[in-house]
Write a new protein. Sequence first.
Length: 376
Amino acid sequence: MTDSGKMTYGNLILITDRCSTPSWAFDLVKVTISVSSGCSFRVVFWGGRLSHQETSSNKDVEYVNSEYGKNAVRLLYIRREGTTHCIKELEVSVHIRLNTVNEFLNSDNSQVIPTDTIKNTIQALAKCRGIRTIEEFGLDICEHFLTSFCHVIYCNAFIQEVPWQRLEKDGVPHVHAFLYSSEGVRFCEVERTLEGSPIVFSGIKDLKLMKTTQSGFQGFFKDKYTTLPERRDRVLSIETLIKWCYGEGADCLDYDCIWRTAHECTLDAFAGPPETGHYSPSYQKTVNCIQTYILDRLPQIEEVEVIMSNIHYSVADLEKLGLCNDKEILTPQDTPFGACASTLRRKKDCPGTYQQRPVACKPRYSVGFKSSIGMN
């Protein structure tokens, strides 16, 4: 602490009263500090008062979580099978937790695995073990850190895959050319501790869908501030994230097949039959349809979370131009937009039935996952 009451920790500056000892009261506070390229650290304090003095001497606070890692490690993996090439382009974020917090409390770095080492390890594992699916690669990463370092007690790997598809001409696949697809971004998250089995999540993000009819919104609650008219026929345009969790045996599944089926379920639930479609009375109901379609067709999945944004389109006013606009010309509205989130899981005692998961029981999002969807 300087004479002026300023404490500096890297780029973090705290200004305090010169004559007082600074302290802060918390219920639950998360502090995320980013330094250099792709490095992040997270510390969570629970209860009591946090002082700038050495935390270990303060009996009113304790660490409930501390982790760090390397975010956004990008790589392109090419597997060559003769003249045919297969690719995986990934962005990987890996966080680990140690069995000590001395690096936070006492500036003791003797047990700290540098985040640059984490980056190098990701690249080395891709070379040595290959990448078949992102889920299996995430399992490989977690296994490596937990078995190679006796002081690592937790590992989390969040992986996104760039949606490259093999180029085709007249139905013939090209041997080494690929096309960027708009089918959404595939991702996974793998968590593992020393004691338990790995937990695997998979999902789709940045998936954009639209239908120009068979959607409405009626019968909603109204008060003195309600101006929205009821509509039986409207455009429904969404951007969505779907994330699912597997049950037992999550480390030995056909992840590619499951992802393709879940993607197909999402499209079917949104659009309906090609000739007629089906009606959506609200985008909340569309969320539920996506979840139930996936759970009905994929018994390996235990729960499905959907985060959906509703992108509004307003009918353009062409009367001033002397033109009649029968909902042919519409204007998209970037903001504001509607949003909803829901998690549906199987009831443990009643196979084939589902229940909403209470908000308080939702899984903790990792730093990697939250960063990827802009929730930090």
